[in-house]
Write a protein that binds this ligand. Structure first.
Ligand code: 6PG
Length: 216
C-alpha cells in the first residue's frame, strides 16, 4: 500500500505529464481540480486516438449538464484534440442504477492502465464516500452510490477492485482544505471513514501542492 508522494510546484502539470505518457485505458475524475490538468494534457499530446478514456465516477445527469464529469473532460480535453480518444461515458442521464449496470458490462475484461483520482475534504475518492457500502463491493466493477457532498445527485462509481488492478493510480490533490484528508489518506491506518486511505493501484502516486501536503 506504499504511496509515492510528490509535492510539486505545479501539480496540474506534473499530473498532465503522467497522463500523456499513459497508453491504453485511462480513467478520469471530475470535480474542480483536474480541469487544468486536462487542458495541459491536450496541449502536450494532440493525438489520443489510441487511448480509451473511462470515468472513475459520474453524476446521474445529462452529458451536457455542468455537473457532468464527461462534460468536464469533453470541454477541457477531447474538444482540444486533433484525434480524440474513444470515450466510454457513464450514461448518467439514464439514472444511476441503469448507468452503473451498463458500465459494468462495458468494463468487462478491462484493466485500467492509469486512473486519475481526486480526494474530497471528507476523504472520499471517485464517488466512494465515507462509510459507503460500495467500499465493500468485491464483484461488480461499477455501482450506483449516494453522494456525501455537493453536488447532491446520485452517482455511479467504479469499485475498489477496479482501482486495485489499475497499473498506476494517481491522486491529484491541492489546497489547504484537503490537508487533513491527505494526512488521513496517506499517513494513517486505512479506514472506511477515509475511502482514499483504502483505494490504491498496483502503483500509487500522490501529486500534491505544498498546502495539501502541509499535515504530512
Ligand atoms: C466527482 C469526483 C470526486 C472528486 C473529489 C475532489 O465526481 O465529484 O470524481 O471524487 O475527485 O470530490 O473534487 P474537487 O477537485 O472538486 O475537490
Amino acid at each position: 500500500m506504499n504511496v509515492d508522494v510528490r509535492v510539486a510546484d505545479d501539480p496540474a502539470r506534473a499530473a498532465a505529464e503522467l497522463l500523456v505518457e499513459a497508453a491504453g485505458h485511462v480513467a478520469l475524475s471530475g470535480g474542480s481540480t483536474p480541469g487544468r490538468t486536462y487542458e495541459l494534457a491536450a496541449r502536450l499530446r494532440l493525438d489520443w486516438s489510441k487511448a480509451h478514456v473511462w470515468f472513475g465516477d459520474e453524476r446521474a445527469v445529462a452529458p451536457s449538464d455542468e455537473r457532468s464529469n464527461y462534460r468536464l473532460a469533453r470541454t477541457t480535453l477531447f474538444d482540444a484534440l486533433s484525434r480524440p480518444p474513444e470515450a466510454h461515458r457513464i450514461k448518467g442521464e439514464l439514472g444511476a442504477e441503469e448507468a452503473a449496470a451498463l458500465y459494468e458490462v462495458e468494463l468487462k475484461g478491462i484493466t485500467l492502465d492509469l486512473a486519475l483520482n481526486g480526494i474530497g475534504p471528507d476523504g472520499h475518492t471517485a464517488s466512494l464516500f465515507p462509510g459507503s457500502p460500495a467500499l465493500d463491493e468485491r464483484e461488480r466493477r461499477a455501482v450506483a452510490a449516494e453522494p456525501g457532498l455537493e453536488p447532491f445527485v446520485p452517482r455511479v462509481t467504479l469499485t475498489p477492485p477496479v482501482f486495485a488492478q489499475a497499473r498506476v493510480l494517481i491522486y491529484l490533490v491541492t489546497g489547504e482544505d484537503k490537508a487533513e484528508a491527505v494526512r488521513r489518506a496517506f499517513a494513517e491506518e486505512p479506514t472506511g471513514e477515509v475511502p482514499a486511505s483504502l483505494i490504491r493501484g498496483v502503483e500509487t502516486i500522490a501529486i500534491l501542492d505544498a498546502a495539501a501536503a502541509a499535515h504530512l
